[in-house]
Write a protein that binds this ligand. Structure first.
Ligand SMILES: [Zn+2]
Length: 285
């Protein structure tokens, strides 16, 4: 009976339906594309992971775009040269003897940033550290903030709430991407700052265990994400090679809590917000 030619289209359809039903629920194509907004490609990583190996890591984790910075900046430039569609470069001030502990008071930083910004590839300045509110108010930092406004690019700031507020006081038109959403700042402090400053966005690298202790999305962070769905982004922070080694699991930690949010909110945080801020056209938009 199945030899009868009229049954073949039906059989073929039935087979396709069957195959679709038994396909893995999380096939690679079904994964939410991720825009990782906290990638470092610093000197230590250059030998362990060449550009091909980096993109293999991103592909395996379903990361389509990366906001990249590095110490020194050459790593960022190399990765961007390798794929200028997926890599969004940020200019990190650290180089030579200038590091997290002294860069914000160094006058040499200004000509360094001005010179490198001339090549036109950078979409942000950072990620950099400001450990105290006072550090955000130095003459150098005032000029860095002015430079960001003049170039219409955000500062990517690793700090508590104090320096963020101080920078907005100095330059109300500034855009800030807040690294780690303040690292140790609780959800209500993050909420207050987002309420207060409309040009503030936050990425949640290093926060997966606060957001979802034991894997379960906390009510406070759920409320925060739903209230400010258009302000949050994903990040991994590959500041040491250990973090590159663990890259897949760092992204998986974020996917776990993203799946516990309404799909529209999850999509915005996974890539939509970063795509909007950094001018990338994402397929789902
Ligand atoms: Zn970092």
């Amino acid at each position: 009976m199945f030899g009868n030619v009229t049954y073949r289209p039906f059989m073929r359809l039935a087979l396709l339906v069957l195959l679709a039903a038994i396909a893995p629920a999380h096939a690679a194509e079904d994964r939410l594309p991720i825009f990782d907004t906290h990638v470092h490609y610093s000197k230590e990583a250059w030998i362990a992971y060449g550009p091909e190996a980096v993109f293999e890591k991103l592909d395996a984790a379903g990361v389509d775009w990366a906001l990249v910075s590095s110490t020194p900046d050459d790593g960022t430039v190399a990765l961007h040269r390798h794929d200028n569609r997926r890599v969004v470069p940020e200019l990190r001030p650290y180089h030579a003897d200038l590091h997290a502990g002294n860069w914000y008071r160094s006058p040499e930083i200004i000509p360094y940033l001005e010179e490198r910004l001339k090549n036109g590839i950078y979409r942000g300045i950072g990620e950099f550290h400001l450990h105290t509110t006072e550090n955000a108010r130095t003459p150098t930092m005032r000029r860095v903030a002015a430079l960001a406004v003049a170039n219409d690019i955000p500062l990517h700031v690793h700090s508590g709430a104090g320096p963020v507020a101080a920078l907005f006081e100095i330059e109300p038109k500034l855009k800030i991407l807040w690294a780690h959403a303040g690292m140790v700042e609780p959800a209500d402090v993050v909420a207050d700052l987002l309420d207060q400053y409309e040009n503030l966005t936050a990425e949640v690298s290093f926060r997966a265990h606060d957001i979802a202790p034991g894997g379960q999305l906390s009510p406070a962070w759920r409320d925060l994400f739903n209230r400010h769905a258009n302000r949050f982004m994903i990040g991994t922070d590959t500041y040491i090679n250990d973090r590159w080694d663990a890259y897949g699991s760092l992204v998986a930690e974020h996917r776990n809590w993203l799946e516990q949010l309404p799909p529209k909110t999850a999509t915005a945080i996974a890539h939509g917000n970063a795509a909007r801020v950094f001018g990338i056209t994402a397929p789902s938009q």
